[in-house]
Design a protein around this ligand. Sequence first.
Ligand code: PMP
Length: 387
Amino acid sequence: MSLLMIPGPIEVSPAVIEAGSGKPPGHLAADFIEAFGHSLEQMRVIWKASADSQPFLVAGSGTLAMEIAATNVVDPGEPVVVVQTGWFSDRMAEMARRRGARVTVVESPAGETPSLDDIAAAMTKTRAKVLFATHVDTSTGVRCDAAAYAALATEHGALSVFDGVCATAAERFDMESWGADIYLTGSQKAIGLPAGLALLVASPRALAKRSRLAVAPPMTMDFESWLPIMKSYEARGKGYFATPATSLVKALPVAFGELLSEDGIDGCFARHQRGADAFRAAWSAMGLSLVASRPELAANTLSAVRYPEGVGPSLVGRIAERGVVVAGGLHPDIKTEYFRVGHMGDVLRRPDALETTVRAIADALTAEGHATDADAAWKAFCDVFER
Ligand code: PMP
């Protein structure tokens, strides 16, 4: 079986696979209720969210979590600002448009983020009620300055919503102290589960905004449809609005346990930082550069790596021939100029998988005409990873 090194879905640990397999539990079974309630509590820990914030856990993808956010804090006709750092920000903007919001997109070229001044100017000019941003844009490997954006939104009396699908649990995020209002993700990336769960935490301000909306969100996305269910499960009671993804929820405490097992969530952020730094050392040793235009923008969850001179998208197939699946480019402006490698979750505890990845990429580069020393690349990786 090939090694799945795309930026999600990711390789899932054997313990998580084991926990999610077997007879699916009923949604009202005692052990299922315990798994659900415990997971909601752990979400506050992983999100670094306040005790009065509200976690939501529903069946669906990251895209559903985005749309839940877009429909619960925006009324039709309201002005919002979307910070554009790649392909997924465009999706967020389109969702807000379909909700009827007046959307201003603050743009940036691929590999960049807009300046804080430009975002602030757009917030002031439009009197935006919500600021949307993508914590890590999976199309460019760019991480935005979520702390600064959340502070900016607060200064402007606006809410802030962050798409953390390619970031949550791996990139530092401090929902409470940064004052962010919604942080959302899907289960198939750094959370370490198969795809199928949409997870988000909402601040009391976000919940209050929902209760003031003139136009209710569609029922399946409405905070108010789900609130009684979440509260009931957390109190270890029964609840039903729509059937949860029971097998996935059963595995979630195991995945969360793995995330928190070394020095809690801060240890998990540090593990991803170290893994990403090691991959970056390997890219340098291979003579490759990143799409992210500055080191501080480079995400810790994936690398978006430019093809060297004379090499193109056929590299992805060459790497696959060596047993490692990586992803091609996604951002429409530079799609054929780069490839993407995910480095989240369980693989960071599997040196064999990391070595296979580095060597497969180095050998594939050589096969495509960019002579690369695989031993030197792996040594550069280890020098950082084992530090
Ligand atoms: N946002 C980001 C940043 C993503 O990376 C993805 C998935 N690649 C999504 C949203 C959409 O998530 P899903 O595919 O689970 O719907």
